[in-house]
Design a binder for this molecule. Sequence first.
Ligand SMILES: [Zn+2]
Length: 130
Amino acid sequence: MTKVVKTESEWRAELDPEQYRVLREKGTEAAFSGEYDHVFEPGTYHCAGCGAELFASDDKYDSGCGWPAFSAPAGAEALAEETDTSYGMVRTEVMCAACGGHLGHVFPDGPHPTGLRYCINSAALKLEES
Ligand SMILES: [Zn+2]
């Protein structure tokens, strides 16, 4: 996989403020506010930072949590994970493996068969409809 490496000022110039806050500053968009929370069009979700393929619409489901939720990534190599202990919680942070952009978190309360819920900020995603 090709790693995407840019300076913070390059990211700041390319991303809109909300994308920058989420992807580069590990921000979280307000629940139920994101562009893709209730979008179920067929297509592929790419990283808003670098364009890497992250999720397929087939794996998107309505978790009711207020953010786009997926049961699996688009490929085994698409995501990177790290333990996040901020806000007094132990969570698993999910990042784009190519550019390191923060996407959201993964929780073990998803649907069959993976049992995973990838809770992802809309601002970190770009849907390419198919
Ligand atoms: Zn990326």
